[in-house]
Design a protein around this ligand. Sequence first.
Ligand code: G3D
Ligand code: MG
Length: 200
Amino acid sequence: MYTLLSGLYRYYTQKDEYCIVILGLDNAGKTTYLEAAKTKFTKNYKGMNPAKITTTVGLNIGQIDVFGIRLNFWDLGGQTELQSLWDKYYEECHGVIYVIDSNDRERMDESKEIFDTMIQNEHLSGVPLLVLANKQDLPDVMGVREIKPVFQQAGDLIGRRDCLTMPVSALTGEGVDEGIKWLVEAVKRNSIVRPPMEND
Ligand code: G3D
Ligand code: MG
């Protein structure tokens, strides 16, 4: 009886788990985006005051249950010396979110360079990619129309994976749920190649 009940319990509570890495230069808004996603999709989660979000050193983790699956986020520190740690996570991740500070024209080339390095990594081939043109709430920022062609120069490397570039404001939350919804569909589609982990 116990086995039957615990079996049923497992059946109804277990969720497929997918891991998502959040990458981009330091100050792009990765941690703010993760907070915004947690706030949108977690009941009673009020979110951190953006003023309290400090530079991520190492790894910041977050989890949301959404559309019947669980997403585990790895928000990795973006400083140069931490970028070398990123590829340790590539093999195990099911999706990538790449965050761009649309207000920082000066570092756009730097961001593109690390994007190109990331996209060339063999362990990420075929993995769905969500590119976020963040900070769209600020005036005179680069729009998706301007940013997309820059990042699509790596078109061959992006290859046949699912890829979406979208405008977002992590600070106001604008566009956050659309991005997560898209990512959920994309990682589910890719689950034949990268199956989810099962949790209890
Ligand atoms: P990171 O995790 O990529 O390093 P953070 O970046 O999330 O720590 O954000 C870096 C700074 O950008 C923070 O400002 C944060 O409030 C701001 N920011 C993040 N997303 C947005 C956005 O969508 N719009 C605006 N206007 N600002 C954003 P501070 O001043 O705390 O350094
Ligand atoms: Mg951070």
